[in-house]
Ligand binder design. Structure first.
Ligand code: SF4
Length: 344
């Protein structure tokens, strides 16, 4: 493999070598991984896990990953699956644009006969940003790629005692991460950095005593590693308001499918109003509060009698099978809990 100017082979006594030795002994056994030093996992598993892990924790992803792979064990089977089934299986993982991109990407890759093996080509696939493309290139295909997620960025910022917020450090972090990335074992190196950030170099209380990089770490040398990088300035979340309608007949509730594009696109939903900044909504019925990435929503759940829009009657007893995202499951639970209270 050609070496870039910044790249290096692993020196077992250097920081990269010590990090890999630590990874060999302490790698997290995750269902989408191969043990350190062994042949890489199938690209389908790496891609699926990386898409699921975008903004969702490892603990939440693990059981969902098992279910996904049991249901669609190959990329081809996922590419051929009906969208509604995939959306239903995704329900609760949040950030539904990812599910839309997952479907588009699976179909595109199946059509071209497999994943491309280079970062630049991977980057052109739906839903694959710089991080995910680099992670797949390194982990699934053994390509040297600079893999930077939030955990890795925090480790790099601390190693160099960079004291600005991460958002202001992008080019510095990339340059410094590049200088640390080896030519050999790039996939293990990427996962070792991710593990270090997730398990030892935690945001609040880093476990420096057990860290293989403590001798190289300027933040550790300064005595208060948790001060690096500086926290991001806080912004108050925007507030939106809306109303959803609970329309029930003979033990079934009227559900609709949200428009394909936009928030929760293509997901099953209760019918309702647009979400605007004017509020709070009038009328009666419980109000549930839900936090999206860029705003908080207060959604009143009001009862109505006539079906609205195109939809279907879903038996209330089988609501869990409808693939409702968390927001609407909360709305349904608020209505059903009120009913139990009224009956008591
Ligand atoms: S020594 Fe501490 S702060 Fe530095 S990289 Fe290791 S865990 Fe992070």
């Amino acid at each position: 493999m050609p070496a870039s100017a910044a790249s290096q082979l692993v020196d077992p006594r250097g920081a990269t070598g010590r990090l890999l030795a630590h990874y060999d002994a302490h790698a997290r056994p995750l269902p989408w991984r191969s043990p350190p030093g062994s042949p890489p996992p199938h690209p389908y598993l790496v891609w699926l896990s990386e898409v699921m892990l975008q903004q969702t924790t490892v603990a939440s992803v693990e059981p969902r990953f098992h279910r996904f792979v049991a249901r669609w064990p190959t990329l081809q089977s996922l590419a051929e699956a009906p969208e509604e089934q995939i959306f239903a299986e995704w329900a609760g993982l949040g950030y539904y644009a990812r599910a839309r991109n997952l479907i588009a990407c699976a179909r595109q890759v199946a059509e071209r006969g497999g994943f491309p093996t280079h970062e630049a080509e991977l980057r052109k696939l739906p839903g694959l940003g710089a991080y995910t493309a680099a992670a797949i290139a390194a982990i699934a295909f053994g390509r040297r790629a600079v893999v930077i997620d939030t955990n890795v960025a925090r480790v790099i910022a601390r190693l160099h005692a960079l004291d600005r917020p991460l958002a202001a450090l992008g080019p510095d972090i990339r340059r410094l991460a590049d200088s640390l990335t080896p030519d050999d074992r790039p996939g293990d190196f990427a996962q070792a950095m991710m593990d270090l950030g997730a398990t030892l170099c935690r945001p609040r209380s880093p476990g420096c005593a057990a860290c293989p990089l403590s001798a190289d770490c300027r933040a550790f040398a300064r005595g208060e590693p948790q001060r690096f990088p500086a926290p991001a300035p806080k912004r108050a979340p925007r507030q939106r308001f809306g109303t959803a309608w609970w329309i029930e007949r003979a033990g079934s509730v009227w559900l609709v499918r949200r428009p394909k594009h936009g928030l929760l696109g293509g997901m099953a939903a209760l019918p309702g109003t647009e979400w605007g900044e004017q509020g709070p909504p009038g009328g009666s019925g419980p109000v549930i509060r839900h936090a999206f990435t860029h705003f908080a929503l207060d959604l009143r759940v009001a009862t109505a009698s006539e079906p609205v829009g195109e939809g279907w009657w879903q038996p209330v007893a089988r609501l869990g099978e409808a693939g409702l995202p968390t927001l609407y499951m909360k709305a349904a639970e608020a209505i059903l809990a009120g009913r139990i209270r009224d009956a008591a």
